[in-house]
Design a protein around this ligand. Structure first.
Ligand code: ADP
Length: 383
């Protein structure tokens, strides 16, 4: 294998107190490599270079110097530059010492009267160091990949769990109005009392609306997931939107004796260019959530304009939301209540649809809420 250092100069640190040996070694190396050569002749200077983190490719060391020997030099090299190959260059040191050095981590030792071997020894050391580096990089990449896989697996399991929870919630959410429709249709067929008939028809109508709402949510979330949300902006009057929202929600509020308060629209907010159906749905989702989680008091909503942005709020006097749930409730299928004991039902889709629509209108949505102190949802959209 061609082993000569390919990229740039060979960076050598040589610990040697004999000037003649230093010159000899430098000359041999200069013939084989482009060279960046540093020599030192005592322990302190050697340690200083190691500590300075000067980039090195190989460390060479004599065996015996007045204040340091090769095992100590090797220990220092391993301490400061553990990945740089260390080669001992010595007069006869005896096999035992040489083996000890190799055991301690030196890559080779070369006798001073066999210097012809030096360049091939350095080349081999460089190759091994490069292979080690590549292996370490590959191991690091593998570790990283494993970590990413673990995270992906965790996410997939979590998402799988959420989907199962969603499906079981959904079958409950669909079955309840379906049972209403089937049951009250039968009663309707058998009844001749017009007062009862009207009551049954209203119940059937309510159940149909609930079903319609669920189906619409599923269609919306599918479009969002398929990245198929299209924004259709026109000039709209906010009053029309607010009136429409009030008209579709008023009856639900009356049924629950919760007050729906719409604040007056400021003059500078009356007209805007936006996607009316998305804005309507954002407001409807937030206000009906407000109603759903409020048993007494009110749900208030309004708008103000600041710096070319409309700021909407929907405030309720309901149960509130614990702080640790604030970041997750905008994710699809997520609900504060989990498990079979859910009191409020629902699909866990309303807020994630609202968030996607706000973002499609280039706005932001957030909330302030504490358990027992109600909730305020805010969203802003540029006009
Ligand atoms: P759903 O209401 O169908 O469960 P959403 O996505 O609209 O789905 O809401 C997700 C969850 O956020 C709800 O289940 C509820 O736990 C919480 N939440 C949303 N709005 C309110 C609110 N106004 N007051 C209290 N909790 C709320």
């Amino acid at each position: 294998m061609e082993t000569k250092k390919q990229n740039g100069a060979l960076r050598v640190l040589y610990l040697e107190d004999s000037k003649l040996d230093v010159e000899l070694l430098r000359t041999i190396l200069e013939e084989a490599y482009q060279l960046d050569f540093t020599s030192v002749d005592n322990r302190q200077a050697f340690e200083a270079v190691l500590q300075s983190k000067k980039p090195l490719d190989v460390i060479l060391s004599d065996y015996n110097l007045p204040d340091v020997d090769a095992p100590t030099a090797l220990a220092l090299a391993k301490k400061y530059c553990p990945d740089i190959p260390f080669i001992c260059i010595s007069g006869t040191i005896g096999e035992e010492k040489a083996v000890d050095l190799l055991k301690q981590g030196a890559v080779d030792y070369i006798l001073k009267d066999r210097m012809a071997r030096l360049t091939s020894s350095i080349d081999r050391a460089l190759n091994e160091a490069e292979e080690k580096r590549i292996l370490a990089e590959a191991q690091e990449a593998l570790k990283q990949q494993n970590k990413e896989l673990r995270i992906a697996k965790q996410k997939a399991e979590e998402s799988d769990h959420l989907k199962s929870v969603f499906l079981s919630n959904m079958s409950h959410e669909v079955r309840t109005p379906m049972n209403g429709i089937v049951g009250f249709s039968e009663l309707l067929i058998r009844s001749d009392d017009p007062i009862k008939q009207e009551k049954y028809v209203r119940t059937i109508q309510n159940s149909c609306e609930q079903l319609m709402h669920i189906i619409n949510s599923i269609v919306d979330i599918s479009l969002i997931e398929a990245d198929q949300v299209h924004v259709n902006k026109t000039e709209v009057e906010l009053e029309h939107i607010f009136n429409y929202v009030n008209s579709i929600l008023q009856e639900d509020f009356e049924r629950k004796s919760v007050h729906l308060k719409q604040l007056e629209i400021p003059e500078n907010c009356c007209e805007l260019t936006t996607d009316a159906s998305k804005l309507t749905q954002i407001l409807t989702n937030l206000i009906s959530n407000g109603l759903k989680f409020t048993s007494q008091g009110f749900v208030e909503y309004g708008v103000r304009r600041q710096n070319g942005t409309l700021h909407f709020h929907v405030r309720d006097t309901g149960i509130g939301i614990p702080e640790e749930k604030h970041p997750v409730i905008f994710e699809r299928f997520r609900q504060v209540e989990e498990g079979n004991t859910r009191k409020y039902g629902g699909s866990g889709l309303g807020l994630s649809i609202a968030k996607s629509f706000v973002e499609a209108l280039e706005g932001q949505i957030w909330l302030q809420s504490k358990p027992g102190e109600g909730s305020t949802f805010f969203f802003s959209i540029p006009v």
